[in-house]
Design a protein around this ligand. Structure first.
Ligand code: SAM
Length: 248
């Protein structure tokens, strides 16, 4: 994969406008609303471990994994102070772990990196099989609306003190894929080093996700708008899904 390689070292800097504390508080509100008090948690696509840190402070045991070794290496530096975390290199599509969990989490549109519907179905079945009965699956996506209307076919430029980057995006309506072409110039002692990354995200319609969750046997499926408890609407940019593996 040509994504999340050199970019991993810049990820936390570039995400410094994302309030992970607020994000985690929202996850805790979801847990309270759905009467879930998890003792052990699995976080898929944990990236550099920004949500994982909060989880480690709150629950007995945390397992997290990501596909990118470079992201995991940053996560390792952040998380090694905790004794209750296991960090693994796995793929959401075919991960296999011995334990079962009270909560499985996948934050910050990582699910959009699953590019075809068959694989999405595999992820959901796999998550279901790794959950305890009564356990919750919580994840969020960049909505179809956001990828096609806001990000897609647009170019963004950001000029920061020591990083300049251009983010060009193309949306393919036939395949529902949004291609991101990122070019970074990173300053180091007066010289700029260039590197490039390509990312692809799949734009899923809310109904497609709901159907895949139902097919995987999840129940009580909720799709919330942004960081609220309002139902998602067609113009929602981030949709938070909550799905239950029912008690036996
Ligand atoms: C936008 S980042 C989000 C990272 C982290 N969850 C956060 O909140 O900052 C997306 C992450 O998904 C990971 N990823 C993409 N496809 C994956 C897959 N098939 N299995 C596991 N991780 C994957 C990437 O390596 C990257 O770390």
């Amino acid at each position: 994969m040509s994504s999340y390689r050199e970019f991993a070292k810049l990820y936390d800097d570039l995400m410094n406008d994302v309030d992970y504390e607020k994000w985690f508080k929202y996850i805790k509100k979801i847990l309270m609303k759905h009467n879930c008090t998890p003792k052990n948690v699995l976080e898929m696509a944990c990236g550099t471990g920004n949500i994982t840190e909060y989880l480690c402070d709150e629950v007995n045991s945390v397992t997290c994994f990501d596909l990118s070794e470079e992201m995991l290496s940053v996560a390792y530096d952040k998380l090694r102070k905790f004794k209750n975390v296991k960090i693994l290199n796995q793929n959401m599509i075919d991960f296999h772990l011995n334990g079962k969990y009270d909560l499985i989490l996948c934050a910050c549109d990582s699910i959009n990196y699953i590019l075809n519907y068959k694989d999405l179905q595999k992820v959901f079945v796999n998550v279901y099989n790794h959950l305890n009965h009564g356990g919750l699956f919580i994840f969020d996506i960049n909505s179809y609306y956001k990828l096609s209307n806001i990000i897609g076919n647009n170019t963004f430029v950001e000029d920061r003190e020591d990083i300049f980057y251009v983010w060009e995006n193309y949306f393919d309506y036939e395949l529902s894929l949004c291609e991101f072409y990122l070019t970074f110039f990173v300053e180091n002692e007066g010289a700029y080093t260039r590197f490039d990354e390509n990312h692809t995200q799949r734009a899923y319609k809310l109904e497609e996700i709901t159907l895949a969750l139902e097919k995987a046997n999840f129940s009580d499926i909720k799709a919330y708008d942004g960081f609220t408890f309002n139902n998602a609407i067609p113009e929602s940019e981030r949709i938070n899904f909550v799905a239950l593996k029912a008690e036996k």
